[in-house]
Design a protein around this ligand. Structure first.
Ligand code: GLV
Ligand code: MN
Ligand code: MN
Length: 385
């Protein structure tokens, strides 16, 4: 299945993926999901927040065991972040069926919409809307770099943005959620691990204003150049992050009007800040924000996955599987923060590289992930956690 997906949204020059939410590539992936569900005779539907579901058994009979992840990507992302979890979900169903297993609870597969927030800036839009963590009016107004809103994009795709928002019926079907995901650092040395917690993290937009002027006629002393303010902020972020023991990244920057021969009028730069200690992350942002024009675009508090479910999954997924925290955000964290029992299975990443075309997992480790996931699902389908 990963081979089938390999060409979708791929930049042939770099090998990286561009699978923005609701882009042609992501719509192709949605169609792939529908075909995989149909090929297995699963009942599928798209909820009003754009999340895709496929059910083995009737989810309105009793709350189900759900697994899955997302199909969108960061820009120039790898092949595994997201799709590995969805592919493994379908594969785990195949494994269970081949074994003659009949679930005593409905078993669901989900692909959450717009997990990365590459297009509209907000991560985990589908799961945040589903759980009510993201107000629908805020979601409708999320705007891409092209000035087009999420509401406009969804309407153009035949969806109804007025229907966005907390979805009790869909949520009630999720008794427990297990997300399989490639590990995104170097911390996992066994083939399979289990998540302990997700670090608090957020995104802030800094706007540095300046005065546009001619690059060839404006003396250095006369310039009001916003790129200098931006450069100082980048260096300060590194220094403060080192001092406080957290992570700070300016990964996205937009310069207006973006002429080679003019001093810019505006630099907008996005700070991604994360760390094990929420107070330290907040202190970093406060220190960097002093005297600056800053807007918080998203904030995700720390998530600790429920211990009993975590240990149960670890016991079944490994001997037992190592338990580790992560600095990467996930839909499983959003569901857990909304009170839904959730756990994560990680598949080893030999280089630790992610959000990059170089992201890689060994086929043998991916297979171990499927084996572990199938065992976890079989266990959870047998008995409520
Ligand atoms: C998700 O990939 C994140 O940015 O944490
Ligand atoms: Mn990601
Ligand atoms: Mn992901």
């Amino acid at each position: 299945m990963l081979e089938v997906l390999a060409g979708i949204g791929r930049n042939r020059r770099t090998g990286g993926y561009r699978r923005d939410a609701w882009s042609p590539a992501e719509l192709e992936l949605r169609e792939w999901f529908r075909q995989e569900a149909d090929a297995r005779g699963l009942d599928r539907h798209e909820d009003r927040n754009g999340n895709l579901w496929a059910w083995w058994g009737d989810p309105d009979r009793k709350p189900g065991v759900v697994t899955g992840s997302h199909l969108d990507s960061v820009r120039e992302g790898g092949a595994f972040d997201g799709p590995l979890g969805v592919v493994s979900a379908f594969h785990a169903v195949d494994v269970l069926r081949a074994r003659g297993f009949t679930p005593s609870r409905p078993l669901g597969i989900v692909s959450f919409s717009d997990e990365e927030g590459a297009r509209f800036g907000m991560p985990c839009v589908g799961s945040r809307l589903l759980t009510g963590i993201l107000p629908p009016e805020r979601a409708r107004g999320l705007t891409g770099d092209d000035g087009v809103t999420l509401a406009e994009v969804m309407r153009a795709q035949g969806r109804d943005p007025a229907a966005l928002g907390r979805d009790r019926e869909t949520l009630a079907r999720v008794g427990v959620f297990v997300e399989l995901h490639i590990e995104q650092g170097r911390a996992l040395t066994a083939p399979v691990g289990v998540a302990a917690a997700i670090w608090p993290h957020g995104r802030w937009r800094f706007d540095f204003h300046g005065t546009a002027d001619h690059a060839g006629t404006t003396a250095l002393a006369d310039r009001d150049d916003p790129t200098l303010k931006y450069a100082q902020a980048v260096l300060a972020a590194r220094g403060v992050a080192e001092k406080l023991g957290v992570l700070a990244t300016f990964g996205k920057v937009m310069i207006q009007p973006n002429n080679a021969n003019a001093i810019p009028s505006l630099v907008s730069a996005w700070l991604d800040a994360r760390g094990a200690d929420e107070d330290a992350v907040r202190r970093l942002v406060a220190e960097l924000s002093e005297g600056q024009e800053v807007v918080c675009e998203s904030w995700t508090p720390e998530v600790t996955f429920p211990a009993a479910l975590r240990d149960r999954v670890a016991a079944i997924a490994g001997h037992p599987a190592p338990i580790l925290p992560t600095g990467a955000g996930h839909d499983a964290g959003i569901l857990a923060s909304a009170g839904i029992p959730a756990a994560m299975v990680f598949v080893r990443n030999p280089t630790g590289v992610s959000h990059s075309p170089a992201e890689f997992a060994e086929p043998g480790d991916c297979a171990a992930g499927v084996t572990a996931l199938a065992a976890v699902l079989a266990d959870l389908c047998g008995e409520a956690p």
